[in-house]
Design a protein around this ligand. Structure first.
Ligand SMILES: Nc1ncnc2c1ncn2[C@@H]1O[C@H](COP(=O)(O)OP(=O)(O)OP(=O)(O)O)[C@@H](O)[C@H]1O
Ligand SMILES: [Mg+2]
Length: 585
């Protein structure tokens, strides 16, 4: 009960009322009793004096009057008090009305004794004892004290007066209870409102911000409730905003190409984004709480991290190139000490330069290849020209032969440069494809027809094998034909006499696969993944002519069509090149 506001207010009021009532009633009782006794005292004194003088008038010289009994009875009835008359020795002569006792010798009774011996001018003597008030007056005749009269009355107020007091107290008690009820009624809504707000605050604390509170109390508590609801609304807005910001940051971090690692002041990882997870092959959940070195497992990077965090200067981040993981990846690491709030943290950004490096290497290799491809014919042209200069020019037959050789070399170089230009045009997307629905069968037949003579010269059997009809493809016929001729050229080049070359096509899901297979020398498994690279030639085919650009061009052309191209082969068992093209709808 005491735990609620309402209970405490009720109990406090009750206690207050009880204490007040107790104090008030004792006070009232004493006051009433005092007042009563004071007036009783003067009443009794006056009555005793009056009654004594009445009796005196009819008294004889040696004692109270003979009809004293009836006089006393009359007096007792008139006054409503107990009356006793004694003689000179204190022996009861007559009594009537309510008496404290029935003794017959009252000589020792102090008031009576005093009245019997009092001086002439003294009248009534009043005293109290054993719950009674007594007023004694001497009875005198001719100056002689012949006896005494005593009037007695109980000290306690009469029942009527007590009842009146009780009625007042009960009235007070009832109004007190009424006050408690009113207080409880007044406090009730406030108490309910506070309870409601408490429940609401708890739901807020549990993170449920969708609840609302309606406090109907019109007082300060109501205002508090409104303020609470407003606060929750603001809080919700702020949390939503913060969550949005957090989501944005998380999305940026997750989708960043660079690896990001954040550590706390002790160097323990508190964040590892997706790119960093991939770099270190470790999930964020396993990395959290571990030390930086444990996560990156790289001495150089750890050293860089240590020196930057020790320097602690956010304006001077440490940058370094490191290689981590297997296979090794080249990273540019930037370590920046940051601080937000009170805590110091360290931000590590890892930029993966592996691909950039590889591209650079490819470019260098490409330039080397081109230079090499040009240097060989140039060197032979130079040798031919020198020989001509040194006198061969004088022999017209030799001169013609040399010049025709020069011509062949120049043609070779022109071809190389044409192919390079074409490759670069396709790669940079400058070659516009004229895509049209193209029938596959006639295209294969055309390619076959074009190289039939060349195949026959090399004693090779070249044919189209189309077991089932295939749908038309969306393609630039000219370009696809170029690719097919390229593949057929290779097949002829790498198949010894007596072999077979077959062109075929099958239907796949949404596309058509065209294959060129031969029964030639095949491709070693270590060469297979690289033959589509520019200038790549398997060692064995170094001797054969060609620049090694044919397949690179083919790959780019097919990819520009939205198709794929790959080779399947085993060394010594021929090769099959397969390309796919989308079906025309
Ligand atoms: N049908 C095949 N059988 C065996 N090896 C092949 C076949 N086709 C291609 N290759 C291998 O792939 C390499 C690359 O072929 P690609 O067509 O790109 O160059 P190339 O034919 O040597 O020169 P280019 O086509 O530029 O004249 C060849 O040098 C050869 O080693
Ligand atoms: Mg080729």
């Amino acid at each position: 009960m005491l735990s609620s506001l309402r209970g405490r207010v009720t109990v406090a009021f009750l206690l207050l009322i009880i204490v007040c009532l107790v104090l008030l009633s004792t006070d009232l009782l004493f006051f009433v009793r005092d007042q009563y006794q004071t007036s009783l005292r003067s009443d009794l004194r006056a009555l005793a004096t009056l009654a004594a003088s009445q009796l005196e008038s009819s008294a004889s010289a040696d004692g109270p009057p003979s009809d004293v009994n009836s006089a006393v009875a009359r007096l007792a009835q008139q006054t409503g008090r107990g009356i006793v008359v004694v003689d000179q020795r204190g022996q009861v002569v007559a009594r009537s009305g309510l008496q404290p006792d029935a003794r017959t010798d009252l000589g020792a009774q102090p008031e009576i004794a005093q009245a019997l011996t009092s001086a002439e001018d003294e009248r009534a003597v009043v005293g109290t004892g054993e719950g009674w008030m007594r007023a004694a007056a001497p009875l005198r005749t001719q100056g002689q004290t012949v006896g005494a009269l005593e009037i007695v009355a109980p000290l306690d107020p009469p029942a009527a007066l007590r009842n009146a007091i009780l009625v007042i107290l009960v009235g007070l008690l009832l109004s007190g209870l009424l006050a408690v009820a009113v207080a409880a009624l007044v406090v009730g809504p406030t108490s309910r409102a506070i309870k409601e707000m408490t429940r609401y605050a708890r739901t807020l604390a549990q993170g449920d911000l969708d609840q609302t509170v309606t406090v109907s109390s019109p007082d300060e508590v109501g205002a508090l409730g409104t303020a609470l609801a407003e606060m929750a609304a603001r809080l919700k807005e702020t949390i939503v905003l913060m969550a949005e910001e957090g989501n944005k940051t998380a999305a940026v971090l997750t989708n960043m190409a660079d690896g990001v690692v954040i550590t706390d002041g002790e160097g323990r990882v508190t964040l590892l984004n997706k790119a960093a997870e991939r770099l270190f092959q470790l999930s964020e959940s396993r990395a959290l709480g571990r030390s930086f070195i444990e996560v990156v497992r790289d001495h150089e990077l750890a050293q860089l991290f240590r020196s930057a965090s020790q320097a602690g200067d956010p304006w001077a981040p440490s940058t370094g190139l490191v290689e981590v993981g297997t296979p090794k990846r080249s990273l540019r690491a930037t370590v920046t000490p940051i601080s937000y709030g009170k805590s110091a943290r360290t931000l590590v950004v890892l930029q993966d330069l592996t691909e950039l490096r590889r591209m650079e290497a490819v470019r260098r290799e490409f330039i080397g290849n081109v230079s090499h491809e040009l240097r060989t014919p140039l060197a032979s042209i130079k040798a031919l020209v020198e020989t001509l200069e040194e006198g061969a020019l004088d022999d017209p037959a030799v001169a013609r032969r040399f010049l025709s050789k020069v011509n062949v070399e120049v043609d070779g170089m022109s071809q190389l440069i044409r192919e390079l230009l074409e490759l670069s045009r396709i790669e940079s997307g400058q070659t516009a494809l004229r895509l049209e629905p193209t029938e596959v069968g006639p295209m294969l037949a055309l390619a076959c027809e074009r190289l039939q003579a060349q195949a026959a010269r090399s004693s090779l059997q070249l044919r189209v094998d189309l077991p089932e009809p295939v749908p038309a493809v969306l393609a630039d016929e000219e370009r696809v034909l170029q690719v097919l001729l390229n593949l057929l050229h290779n097949a002829i080049k790498f198949t010894p006499p007596g072999g077979r070359i077959t062109l075929s096509a099958t239907r796949l899901e949404g596309e058509v696969a065209i294959s060129v297979s031969d029964t030639g020398v095949g491709i070693a498994s270590e060469d297979l993944p690289r033959i589509f690279e520019r200038f790549y030639k398997a060692d064995k085919s170094r001797a054969s002519g060609g620049t090694g650009l044919g397949l690179a061009i083919a790959k780019h052309l097919i990819q520009a069509h939205g198709g794929r191209i790959w080779a399947e082969s085993e060394e010594g068992r021929g090769a099959t090149f397969i390309l796919t093209l989308p079906v025309a709808h």
